[in-house]
Design a protein around this ligand. Structure first.
Ligand code: DGL
Length: 263
């Protein structure tokens, strides 16, 4: 099984892309809705949560782990790889960096994400390791997460906030923008419109799904391939979470309350 975890429901954007590319595979998702959001928390807390989320998925039979949460990918990947050495672990940051480098012409790249993601400065580090000539500008846009969860996708308030959020990046002359948070692909059209025609967007869900696909197909992981609905566990269940899940996955899904979830 391919295990995917996120701080909550947002990671379903990654699950959706994985399911589109790997329709025959069995997926196990864990959304830590009891402790969401991660993006406002300290690296120490996010690392602890990410370890527990990974343990939950492994207990339930995951053979590959996909960290869908950008905040967790940004601060916890090294610890997870160190601690779970025998398990292939995919995260959303590196594939986005590589895609952005392939797209940029002027080497001026913007990244938007949660506070935890932007303050980790992981993007600066990974971009510079690959190309010291690149200029990277990060901007935390924490307001976008609750707006998406409320379904305020087309409201004038949301348009205004997206515009404000992107303005400093536009003023730097970015030509490529990484959507560094699970929730932002839901606003892709609006972000594209406000960023301007010349700015290319990187959707990390697409990039990580491509990596996972190459890995599992290349390894002939036939044991992962089983038909069936994904198992979607959450650490807390409310009707609102089910509504948000429908928005993210584009269809109604059953969420299961995990009694043995870390809390
Ligand atoms: N999943 C988180 C991320 O991608 C966004 C929501 C949160 O802050 O937990 O960073």
């Amino acid at each position: 099984m391919i295990g995917v975890f996120d701080s909550g429901i947002g990671g379903l954007t990654v699950l959706k892309e994985l399911m589109r590319r790997l329709p025959g595979f069995r997926f196990l998702y864990f959304g830590d809705t009891a402790r969401t959001p991660y993006g406002t928390k300290s690296p120490e807390t996010i690392i602890r949560y990410a370890i527990e989320d990974t343990e939950f998925l492994l207990r339930r039979g995951a053979q590959v782990i996909v960290v869908a949460c950008h905040s967790a990918s940004s601060v916890a990947t090294d610890t997870l790889r160190d601690r779970f050495r025998e398990v292939p672990i995919f995260e959303v940051v590196t594939p986005s960096v590589e895609k952005a480098l392939a797209l940029t012409r002027r080497k001026v790249i913007g990244v938007i994400g949660t506070r935890a993601t932007i303050e980790s400065r992981i993007y600066e580090r990974l971009f510079r390791e690959r190309d010291p000539g690149v200029r990277v500008y990060g901007r935390a846009c924490p307001l976008l997460v609750p707006l998406v969860e409320e379904g305020w996708l087309k409201k004038p308030e949301t348009r205004m906030i997206v515009k404000k959020c992107l303005l400093p990046l536009k003023m730097r002359g970015i030509d490529t923008l990484v959507l560094g948070c699970t929730h932002y692909p839901i606003l892709k059209k609006l972000i594209a419109a406000k960023a301007g025609r010349r700015v290319k967007l990187v959707d990390p869900a697409e990039e990580v799904a491509e990596r996972v696909q190459a890995f599992v197909e290349g390894k002939h992981f036939s044991s992962l391939a089983k038909d069936g609905e994904p198992l979607i566990f959450v650490s807390d269940l409310t009707p609102a979470f089910e509504e948000v899940a429908r928005l993210f996955l584009g269809r109604r899904v059953k969420l299961l309350k995990a009694e043995d979830a870390p809390v």
